[in-house]
Design a binder for this molecule. Structure first.
Ligand SMILES: Nc1nc2c(c(=O)[nH]1)N[C@H]1C(S)=C(S)[C@@H](COP(=O)(O)O)O[C@H]1N2
Ligand SMILES: [Mo]
Length: 316
């Protein structure tokens, strides 16, 4: 993600991936094979079995994608988490200051059963699932990540939203002592995001606690984050401490930072250009070629009906 700094930001600033890759290559030469050892063996096997490159990600289950997984080192080394810095390698370097235990999550607003849950209580009633989804950043890179979590709708059922609940607003932890960039004004903290209730209820929408079969690393949003695979990555808010069921559409941190660039819906849409760049191509992290970006990030069959009758150019 980018902050608009007064005027246009040169596009050279938005693709530090090459720089990152060069540095990785150097590190790999320096420490032979160390990075490969990070990938659990079972998942490396799954990786080999999963490759139907270019097939558009059709899945057998209708939910998970079957594409080559993005290596663990990239998933956990190339991140966006502005609370820890604006560079892609900053979160991995800096997020160790985040204390993820104990952790509680407040669920409030228009629900019959508001509660403050301890993390373990929050997760315990739900059956954790492993699902591989694409994550597509508005900056035109993407990854394929095996997430672990539970459908958000299982939680929604538990708190019993009332008739006034039309949206859910999510909040990241606010604590500048742990999240150093919260001492700056680069975003309106705490980071917040929102979903319409039917989007939140969609079976693809996941509350995530882990990836690659392990607990989430801090830089990926430990101990609890959202994943909405058909939307741009910024909707997938990290390190959630509060969820509020509301009647009005929330104004999100990115909408406040750049209202013409970051809309509430943020559905991945190759037909709607970002004001400063095209959205029709992306680069899968770990590959050099550019791929076509798919409508709804490839999940159109499952989610397009949520937006029937809406003008997706106006509701970007
Ligand atoms: N709290 C918080 N959540 C956040 C962000 C952030 O800066 N702060 N960045 C978002 C963006 S822009 C993206 S692309 C994804 C990146 O997730 P990843 O680092 O696990 O790949 O996290 C999203 N969630
Ligand atoms: Mo992003």
């Amino acid at each position: 993600m980018l902050i608009r700094r007064g005027r246009d930001v040169p596009s050279s600033e938005i693709t530090p991936y090459e720089t990152y890759l060069d540095r990785r290559r150097f590190l790999r030469t320096a420490a032979v094979g160390a990075a490969a050892a990070l990938v659990p063996g079972s998942l490396a096997a799954c990786n080999e079995a999963g490759g139907n490159e270019g097939a558009g990600g059709e899945s057998t289950s209708g939910e998970a994608v079957q594409e080559e997984l993005t290596p663990y080192e990239h998933v956990t080394g190339y991140n966006n988490f502005y609370e820890f810095g604006t560079g892609k390698e900053d979160p991995a370097r800096n997020a160790h200051t985040l204390v993820t235990r104990p952790w509680s999550v407040a669920v409030e607003g228009h629900v019959a059963k508001p509660a403050v849950y301890d993390l373990e209580d929050f997760i315990a009633p739900h059956k954790l699932e492993d699902r591989t989804y694409r994550l597509r950043c508005v900056e035109a890179w993407s990854m394929v990540i095996p997430w672990r979590g539970f459908p958000l709708r299982d939680l929604i059922a538990r708190v019993e939203p009332t008739a006034s609940a039309k949206f859910i607003e999510f909040f990241t932890l606010l604590d500048p002592a742990q999240m150093p960039l919260q001492r700056t004004g680069i975003l309106d903290w705490p980071y917040n995001e929102g979903l319409r209730l039917d989007e939140a209820m969609h079976p693809l929408t996941l509350m995530v606690t882990g990836l690659y079969g392990k607990d989430l690393p801090n830089q990926n949003g430990a101990p609890l984050r959202l994943i909405v695979p058909w939307k741009y990555g910024f909707k997938s808010i990290k390190s959630i401490v509060r969820m509020r069921f509301v009647e009005e559409m929330p104004r999100t941190a990115w909408m406040k930072a750049g209202p013409t660039e970051y809309g509430f819906y943020a559905n991945v849409n190759p037909d709607v250009d970002h004001p400063r760049w095209n959205q029709d191509k992306e680069r899968r992290i770990g590959e050099f070629r550019r791929r076509d970006t798919l409508m709804f990030n490839g999940y159109a069959d499952q989610v397009a009906s949520l937006y029937t009758g809406m003008d997706l150019r106006r509701n970007f």
